[in-house]
Structures are given as C-alpha cells and as structure tokens.
Design a protein around this ligand. Structure first.
Ligand SMILES: [Ca+2]
Ligand SMILES: [Ca+2]
Length: 68
C-alpha cells in the first residue's frame, strides 16, 4: 500500500514538472538567475516571454510564473 501511494505521488510530481524542470536544476551555476544559456537547456521554454523585466535573465519568480 505504501509503495502504491509513493508511486501515485511520483506520477503526480512528473505530471506537474513535465514542462519546466525545477529552478535549481536549470540554474546550473547557482547564481539565482537563469541566463539565456541555462534556459536553452529547457525544451520549449520561451525565454523572451518569461523575462518580464527584460534584463536578460530569469529570476525564480519569472521562471516559475505562468505565461499562459
Ligand atoms: Ca545561473
Ligand atoms: Ca528578468
């Protein structure tokens, strides 16, 4: 039963994360900003649309914000 619940939680987690990997994963150099190069590793990420203040990098807020 416990195993089954963990499996369900795992599936849910994957479903939520399918579009965007965790900020920490994308921020390869851990400077708290996602550069264009780091963003390029994320498939389908629209950098320009996410960069709300257009400073050329994505803060956690920008990265995690819904764009749709
Ligand atoms: Ca970075
Ligand atoms: Ca920005």
């Amino acid at each position: 039963m416990t195993k089954y619940c963990l499996l369900l939680l795992g599936i849910t987690g994957v479903a939520f994360a399918q579009d965007t990997p965790a900020f920490e994963e994308v921020d390869a150099n851990s400077d708290g900003q996602i550069s264009q190069e780091e963003a390029a590793a994320v498939e389908g990420l629209d950098f320009a649309a996410r960069d709300a203040d257009q400073d050329g990098s994505l803060s956690r807020e920008e990265y995690e914000a819904e764009t749709e």
